[in-house]
Unconditional design. Structure first.
Lengths: 190, 190
């Protein structure tokens, strides 16, 4: 998605450890009008695939998932990062390893909101090493539902997970694919 | 907002400690089409007031804030619950006491995303004792910006904060106002 690449080049910042920050439009401040363009692009890329529900993970996936869901006309469910006493009934659980925070945490979805046979599309802001995406797929699998694909705003292809997942048969649609990233040399798209 | 009241009566659940759960459409599963109605209603209620930006708090405020922002045609900023290494520059900080989790936590907003003189509308899912709302107001105040009002999906009026804040001069628009709530007697709207 050309406009997204331009936006990343214009507004993205590369931080220590060669981390890409897109806080100004995607995951701290949200440019909602721009997210609408992103949502429409996801809709286009998954056209012809029946989607019952969109699944994402709190917190930074929620904005893009909610805006995108308008075009699919389906509800969003977001996985929560810890089991809080705000969840009634039983939950599906899986584990994510966060390389940013260097620790593991559980994510949960109430069994009320994922059902056997449902076609679930995962939407998330980033795909790097794939830990969050695989954890979401596990929740869907636990429910007896089906992951029909993953719509990712920014994929870091050099971290390999997107390639592995495509080889395993998952339809992964990433709107910007970054092949190289460093403070020294900047951003190179695939 | 009559449709919201009906939805709360139909789908809300009252849990232990007389807590209202609206996980099925507002803060775990999100009924995006219904949130669009909510967003339009907020827009109507704050018509004539200049809004530069919408501020909310992760995680459950993000969905309603992002959808609402489409009608105001402004960006959303969401306060983050801890200082992570995903935030570059300096941040504004304030403290929230969570009665649900019985602990305090810090919320932060990067100084990049709140500016002196901006008119900021707060959007959140719940208003009970007002700790989160006052913490968001403090962030806005720290930036030298102006809180033009608060749009709340569900206010528990019996917990008093909404009344206090209105007495202090804040324009608080709550789409459903709950006067009484108990497992025994159910829900009574104001």
């Amino acid at each position: 998605m050309e406009r997204l690449k331009q936006r990343i080049l214009a507004d993205g910042k590369i931080g220590e450890g060669d981390v890409l920050k897109v806080d100004s439009f995607l995951n701290h401040q949200i440019d909602v009008a721009f997210l609408c363009e992103i949502g429409k692009e996801f809709y286009k890329r998954f056209q012809g695939i029946h989607v019952d529900k969109i699944l994402t993970i709190e917190a930074s996936g929620i904005g893009v998932a909610a805006i995108t869901a308008q075009y699919f006309e389906v509800p969003v469910v977001f996985a929560k990062k810890t089991k809080t006493n705000n969840i009634y009934s039983d939950v599906y659980t899986s584990q994510v390893y966060s390389y940013t925070h260097q620790r593991s945490y559980d994510i949960v979805v109430s069994k009320e909101f994922l059902h056997p046979g449902e076609n679930v599309l995962i939407i998330d802001d980033f795909l790097a090493k794939g830990s969050a995406l695989r954890a979401l797929m596990k929740l869907i699998d636990s429910a007896g539902a089906h992951t029909v694909g993953a719509g990712i705003v920014i994929e870091k292809t050099y971290q390999g997970a997107g390639i592995d997942l495509r080889n395993e048969g998952l339809k992964v649609e990433s709107l910007a694919r970054i092949a190289k990233l460093s403070v020294k040399d900047g951003i190179e798209f695939l």
